[in-house]
Structure formats: C-alpha cells, structure tokens
Design a protein around this ligand. Structure first.
Ligand SMILES: [Zn+2]
Length: 941
C-alpha cells in the first residue's frame, strides 16, 4: 500500500509538473504555471468559468459569480448603486421572484448572511453560495440557475427597490462613527483626488434615498455583462457534468451591444507631497502616516514571484524589529509600523505609521522613521534573515503536507484573485518546489535594499489624525519633513541581534513519571492514561487534519476561588503574563529560540476554571510538550516589564477620551453588574488593585498541580511516540492529589423587567436597542437544543419583519446562549441599530415577535433552521477538533456527544409545538434587561 502511494506521487510529479526536478528555476522570465486541476473555459459570449473537484469538505460545493465591476464605475448620480444592486440580487430574479431565492436556499439548509452572501468594493462585486450539499443534482442545477439569474436576469422591481432604500440607509448608519468620518476626510489625499476619493462604496445617502429605478437598471445593463463576469464552482462535484451544464445554461446569455469601456481607474502621480490633517472629538490618539504609492504591474513571471517573497520577508523582518522595541517597553510610540502592500487595484503602497498621545507625535514619528533608516544604512542581519527563512520554509512544508486538504473556499478565493488581477494560480506542488529552491537564494542585501527602493520622492501623502481639542497644535507637513531630514542626517547605530546561542528551551531535564494505569475508551477510540503524579491524559489518534496535533488541559476553580479584590490581578495575569516570556527567555528571545519550530501554547484563567492549550506538528510534539511543562514549572514574571505596562496603563487612563462606544460599554456593564462586588470597571481603583506578587502567587496556585488537570491530546501522532514524551513532560509536573471545584457567588442579573434609556453624547444620529433576557433552567440536552433553535427562528422573523418589511435596520442580531456552570442559565441577547426616531416603534415589534413565537412557530421556519443545523453537524465528526470537544465534554460534563440522544434525535423529532413551549417556558421565568441608547442631542430636542 505504501509503495503504491509513493509510486503514484512519483508519476504525478513527472506527469503534471515540469518543475519537479531541482534547479529548474534558472530562467525566471518564465511564466508562473496555472493549476491544471482547475478547469477553465471562456464561452463565446465572453463569460469565464472555473470548475474544480475538491473534497474538503465532502459532499458540498460552493458557487461564486465574480463581476469585475465596482463603485469606481458609478457616475455621480449613481454614487452607491453598485452596492445597492448587490442587495437587489437577493430581492427577485426571473426564476426566483420576490424572496424565493433565499427561501429556496434556506430550504436546503443554506443560511443567508453565513453561507450565501455578497460584497461590493471599488473594483469588484462578488456573490457566493457556499457549503451547499452537492449530492442532489437538482440542487446543483438550482444553484447554477441562481448564478445565471444574477448574471443577467435580476427583476429590479420598483417596489422592491423602494423597500431596500431603508435597509441600505441603516447599513450606512451602522458604519457611522469617528473612524468612518476620519476615512472620508483622508480619502482625497490618500488617492490624490482621483475617482477613489469620491467612491466609498456605501455611497451618497441622497442618491440612495432618491435615485430613480431606471438609473439602477442602466447600471445593471451597462456593467453586469458576460465579458466582465466569471463563475466559479468548486466542490465534491463531477467536473465534466457541471461543465456541460454551465455551457448549456450560460452560453445563451446575450452579449451587450456597444459595451461601455471597463476603464482602469488611475491615480495621478504627484511630485509635491500631499498632506491631510483630520480631527474629530472622538479621536483619542495622534496617528501619523506617510504613504508612498507605486504601480503594481501584476507581472506573471517567476521573477515577480521571487520579488513577492522578498517583499514578504522585508515586511516580516521590519515587523520583528518593531515587536522587539514594543516588547522592551517604554517605546516612544503607542504603535509603530512599516510595511509594503496592496492599496487598490493596480497600486501598492509603502506605509510608515506612528501613533502617540497628543503632543508626542514628532518624537513617535522620529523613532519609527529611525528604524527605516537603520535598515537603509546598515541593512538587516544575516541571523535575522536565516531565522525567518527557516520559518517560511517550515510553513511551506507544513502547507505542502496538507495539500490534499485545501478548503473549497480557499480555492474560490485564489480563483477570484486570478480572475480580477490576472495573476496565475500555481498548484501546491509547484508552489512548494519553487519556495524550497528560491527562498535560499534570497540575500540579505536584496531584502535590505527594499527599504530605499520603496522610499521614492514621488507620490507621497502624509496624514495626521487626531483629537479635536482647544489649543492642540498638530504636527504640520513641514515639521514631518523636518523630522525625516533630521533622521536621515543623524548617526544611527546598527541593529544588534542578541540571540542566545545553542540555548535549550528547558533549563533542566525533568525527571519522568510513569503511566500507572491504562484504560481503553472504545466508543471514542481513545485511551486514558493515569500518571504517577495523578494527572490524567486522554489520547486519541486523528488525522482528519493531517500533520497537526492539539492538546488541551482543563481544571475547575478559576477566578471563582478568589475574593473580589484579586480579580484585577487575575485580569492582569491573563493580559500580561505572555509578554513576560517563559522559562529563561523574555518574549523576544522566546520568539528567536522557537524559529523553525511549529509549536505553541497558551493558558487561560476563566471564571470557573483554568486551562492550557497547545498545538504542534507531529515533528515538533516534544517542543509542544516542553512548552506545556514550562507553563506549569517554569513560568516567567518580569517586574521591569510589569512596571512599564502599568506606567503606560496609568498614562492611558489619564488621557482617555470617552468615546460613545466606551461610554455605552461601561453603561451596559454597570447595569448588568447590578452591584455585584466581583464586577469591576476599568479605572484608577482597578489599576491600583493590580499586585505583581499576587499575580505570581495566583498563577502558581492555578498551574502547579497536575493531578487537578485532565490532559486531552488529539492528532496525527501514534501512541508509541507519544507515551514516553507524556511520561517525561506531563508525568514530571508536580501533583498534590488535591482536586478543586468552582465556587458559586450567586446571580446578580437585575430581576424582573428593567427598562433603561441612556442618552450618550455622539455625533451620529444612531440609536442602539439591546434586550438581554436571562432565565435559570433545568438542564437537559433538549432544553439547550430547543433554545438554540428558538434563537434562529427569531432571527428569521426579525429579518423578515424588521429588516425587509420595515426597512428599519440593517439587521437584528439574536444570540441564544446557555451556561451550565455554576447553574444552568439560558440567555437571549437581541440588539439592533436604527434611526433614533424609530427605535421605540421597532422595539415594540421585537416584543411582538417574542409574544407570537410562544403561540405560533411556522413549520417552514423550523424546517430551514433544522436543515441548516443538520448540514453544519454532518461533516462534524471528520474533524480533529470534534474529537477534542467530545472527549472534553465527556470528562467534564459526563455526557457522551456521540450518542444520538445528544443532538440527532432531538433535531429529528423537534416540532413547532416544542419550540413554542420552549419559548413560553423560557420567557415566563425570564428577567429582562431592556436598554435603549440614544444620542444626547437628539433627546434634548
Ligand atoms: Zn450591503
């Protein structure tokens, strides 16, 4: 069997890849080859199609239509219509009138917004129907029909257009805020007053509210046409059959006569630098940036691919230097970065950014620019480059091992990039061979030279974004240029790479424990090992995801064991402990010593428990277990680093601008906390309560006793390899034999039906409504599953009545939840944003549905929800993570997820009556926290 497999790969390589032998990439003027497993064709009418068979996930397929059309093609009178049109594709087509398109999809378990979606940008409009069951040929035909209708047969009914104006106005409202205002003011200089400055996709609300339907139909006719369209079908399908169907269905789409030219939107060059100063009451920090535009040539040669790797390496190396500076603490900037990447279609940008508190921006910008000059003057070091190359090659190799498991959605996304930018898609074989051969040839000089190559004197635009404050004098263009001139003249020392040489991860070799008991769990195909220190390890082999191993260790207790006064210190452990490093290494040294290793670990202290999780490749399993061991036996706490963090926290607290989001968050927290002494607000009192020694004590108490933990290991690793490593690194952790439980501190959620109306100062006219509904329940699997269904059914109701019928909001979010510890609690969070004038009315509709659902759940709604839940669970078991969850659940909750009674039986027998009853039972006992946030100015008028 083994030999056969090898032979097959060997033939595959010779047969399909001309680049398989070493030293094949000497002629870099060659074109990047196109993945031959993708069937590509162009119909006589100009429409391009791509079809590919792929089995990750099995028995599903995804369908895309890509239009090389976006907001830059709009006239002023159409500003916003590219995006408006995208919405209309879901509101009636020739084959699927009205809302029947979504109905058809939802009747096959495809969820709108999650599986079926669309987006519009400045240069493209893309629709997808993803993860559709592919076993039913009729459904494949229906999905192709949807693509066909989207290409050419939208109804664009006047009534539906008018109904959608409200939804889009609300989508626009949802985007409002300081960031939206900043971006609007930055656009003109960022894009040198080109068409990009005027097309933000969401468009002008004046246009959206008042355009005549014929304008939209014109845009549709002008731009949705076969020569600008591609369709993509990837999945567990028969490529030949689908291709025949595509040819049959799409060839008859007529070519548009005298088509308008699909022009490339250019950005004019500028010799003189551009400068924008943008202030807003809600901005907190000063954010400076220098952006230098350049043309992206979309060259398809191997030389360009090599160039791509060089710029990727440049970005990673300079990022590493900034991380090191931030890691040391007390950097003269809050954030600093330098990077090279895409700007818009056809353009790249070199970006130099610095964020600081107001008044310190010149110092911050100087520090960032100094790092660029350090590279220009002295280059990167060989050791920095070597480490990174090792990391990239290891990542390429890991990706190559998993090449048969590339997700269908990832293929769709590469094909999309290929169609829009005409960049070739090489297959995994080529990509790996190329990387393996080319990366070692990249020199430190080449990478360092990028810095000055990107730094051209043309096409510069400077921007300063800051708070609007009396007396605040922001840095000018002249001053920014002076900083640059000063740095270019000053002495800059070369970077010193102080890597510890030949250091071992562990400071000493642990004394192994032994496995004293072994128990089989045949149902799970797992083994439980009890170690001599009392720790339990549950192991299951799984290679649904190749080349990966995961570990999780869990224990009860968490923050609940501690008094209220310790809670800020526990929060600080979670937030800062990782920046202290581990073992003998600070964060920066740790990163260096881990280069070329694919292993990581993290810890978490939760309200009622604590855990450690880790992942690795099979090759690095020992490193992963060493890291887990170190989490227990060699944590690192760094007083100096801690002081730096706290210094910054106090400073931040002082300069804190209270923007609407933070006021809203605090308000909601304090209403919900309802006097709970364990609920803290972020303020001086909180910072004062953080204690460095206490942090260490608590961490050590949580992670010192292996016998209180169960370790779960699931992955692509055999028992014989794992066993001795488990004995060595888990068996050697201290164990006291004591086990803990959580402490119940009671429920402070406000009782009864509470209504709050809070006026918050904000610039935009936006109201937010939030309903938090909570009730204690008796735990059963049925209760939990029915509650989840209830949430999804409500979502469908709100989508129909509040979004589509009323055009009142962009969307009502419904989040059902269930917590089991310390007591079983069900919850339902319902939120939406809208026009302040409408919030009270829409709120009554929310309550109305809560009322209705107790009396009447529609069978059609239930069917849609059940189908979607079934579809999501179908491929579930063929996942490593499913088995991790199943084992964890079995040990911690004493329930077996594999049994049909856990999910399948409930979902197969659920009736509308069940959901009505579940709703009535939940709402009868529930406490309701009902909050409306309105703008302050609005309330006064
Ligand atoms: Zn939209």
């Amino acid at each position: 069997m083994h030999r056969f497999k090898l032979l097959f790969i060997f033939i595959g390589v010779i047969g399909f890849s001309p680049f398989a032998n070493a030293q094949q990439f000497t002629d870099l003027s060659q074109q990047i080859p196109f993945d031959s497993s993708i069937r590509k064709g162009v119909l006589p009418n100009g429409l391009t199609y791509y079809i590919k068979h792929n089995e990750t996930p099995k028995q599903q397929a995804s369908y895309y239509i890509i239009h090389n059309v976006g907001a830059v093609l709009e006239t002023d009178a159409q500003n916003g219509l590219a995006h408006f049109l995208e919405h209309m594709a879901f509101n009636g087509t020739k084959t699927f009138p009205g809302k029947s398109l979504l109905n058809m999809l939802e009747n096959h378990g495809v969820k709108f917004g999650k599986d079926a979606n669309a987006y519009t940008s400045q240069n493209e409009t893309v629709y997808n129907i993803s993860r559709v069951p592919s076993t039913n040929p009729k459904l494949i035909d229906s999905c192709l029909m949807v693509l066909r209708d989207w290409s050419n047969s939208l109804t664009l009914d006047t009534k539906e257009i008018d109904a959608e104006r409200g939804v889009i106005t609300e989508e626009w409202r949802g985007k409002q805020g300081a960031n939206f205002r900043n971006q609007a003011k930055l656009r003109p200089t960022m894009y040198n007053y080109s068409i990009y400055s005027e097309r933000d996709v969401i468009g002008s609300m004046d246009v959206v509210k008042n355009f005549s339907p014929s304008e939209l139909r014109t845009f549709y006719h002008d731009w949705y046409r076969t020569d600008l369209q591609a369709i993509v079908i990837v999945g567990d399908i028969d490529v030949d059959a689908v291709e025949q169907q595509v040819i049959k269905l799409f060839s008859s789409i007529p070519v548009v006569d005298n088509p308008k030219k699909r022009f490339f939107a250019t950005i004019p060059d500028n010799k003189e630098p551009l400068y924008a100063l943008v202030t807003d009451k809600e901005n907190k920090n000063m954010e400076l940036s220098l952006l230098i535009r350049s043309l992206n040539k979309y060259d398809n040669t191997l030389a360009n691919l090599r160039e791509f790797y060089i710029s990727k390496i440049f970005n990673a190396l300079i990022k590493g230097r900034f991380q090191e500076i931030t890691q040391k603490g007390r950097a003269p900037f809050i954030n600093g970065s330098i990077s090279y990447g895409a700007l818009v279609r056809g353009y790249n940008a070199f970006r130099i950014t610095a964020a600081s508190s107001p008044g310190n921006e010149a110092r911050a910008f100087e520090a960032v620019y100094t790092e660029l000059q350090r590279v220009i003057k002295h280059g990167f070091t060989q050791t920095e480059l070597d480490r990174l190359k090792t990391n990239i090659l290891v990542a390429e190799e890991n990706g190559y091992i998993k090449r048969d498991q590339i997700n269908t959605e990832d293929y769709c996304s590469s094909i999309k990039k290929h169609f829009l930018n005409q960049i070739s898609i090489p297959d995994a074989e080529f990509s790996y061979q190329f990387a393996k051969e080319i990366i070692p040839t990249i020199t430190v000089e080449e990478v360092s030279a990028m810095a000055s190559q990107f730094l051209t004197s043309n096409n510069r635009s400077y921007s300063v974004v800051g708070p609007e404050k009396a007396g605040l004098k922001a840095i000018t263009l002249k001053e920014m240029e002076d900083v640059i001139a000063k740095v270019e003249k000053k002495e800059i020392a070369p970077y010193v790479d102080n890597t510890p040489i030949d250091a071992q991860l562990l400071s000493s070799t642990p004394t192994p424990g032994t496995i004293i008991k072994e128990k089989q769990l045949p149902e799970f195909k797992a083994i439980e090992w009890t170690l001599s220190n009392g720790a339990k390890v549950v192991y299951r082999f799984a290679d649904y995801q190749k080349n990966s191993v995961a570990l999780k260790a869990t224990s009860y207790g968490g923050a609940s064991i501690y008094e209220s006064k310790d809670i800020p210190s526990i929060g600080a452990i979670s937030n800062y402990a990782d920046s202290f490093g581990i073992g003998q290494f600070n964060g920066d040294q740790y990163k260096k010593i881990m280069s070329g290793k694919s292993a990581n670990s993290k810890f978490s202290i939760d309200p009622n428990g604590e855990s450690i999780s880790a992942t690795s490749t099979p090759a690095d399993i020992e490193t992963m277990l060493q890291l887990v061991y170190m989490r227990f036996e060699e944590p690192r706490f760094d007083k100096e680093k801690f002081n730096n963090i706290m210094f910054r926290n106090y400073k931040e607290l002082k300069s804190q601008v209270r923007n609407p989001q933070s006021i809203i968050k605090d308000t909601l927290r304090s209403i919900e906390a309802n006097g709970n002494p364990r609920s803290w607000m972020f303020n001086k009192k909180y910072l004062d309560a953080i204690n460095f020694n206490r942090m260490q004590e608590i961490y050590k108490e949580r992670f010192s006793n292996a016998s209180d933990f169960t370790f779960f290991i699931v992955g692509d690793i055999d028992a014989a390899t794992l066993k001795p490593l488990v004995e060595k690194y888990i068996g050697s952790i201290k164990g006291t034999g004591v086990t803990e439980k959580w402490v119940d501190h009671g429920n402070y959620f406000p009782k009864g039906h509470n209504q709050h109306r809070v006026a918050v100062p904000m610039t935009e006219q936006k109201a937010t409504a939030l309903l938090k509904i909570k009730a204690e329940a008796k735990y059963s699997r049925e209760t939990v599953v029915h509650h989840t269904i209830l949430g999804s059914v409500l979502n469908l109701r709100y989508n129909e009545n509040i979004r589509e019928k009323e055009g009142g909001t962009y969307g009502v979010r419904v989040m059902p939840g269930a917590t089991l510890i310390p007591k079983t609690n069900l919850s339902l969070d319902i939120t939406f944003d809208c026009d302040p004038q409408k919030v009270d009315y829409l709120k009554t509709l929310v309550y109305q549905e809560l009322d209705n659902i107790q009396k009447k759940v529609l069978q059609s709604d239930l069917d849609k929800v059940v189908l979607n839940m079934k579809k999501n669970s179908e491929n579930g078991r063929e996942n490593n993570s499913y088995w991790m969850t199943a084992l964890e659940w079995y040990y911690n909750s004493n329930e077996n997820m594999l049994k049909p009674s856990f999910f399948d039986e409930i979902i197969n027998t659920v009736t509308t009556k069940d959901i009505e009853k579940a709703a009535a039972k939940f709402l009868k006992k529930a406490d309701i926290m009902d909050v409306i946030i309105v703008p302050k100015n609005n309330e006064q008028s």
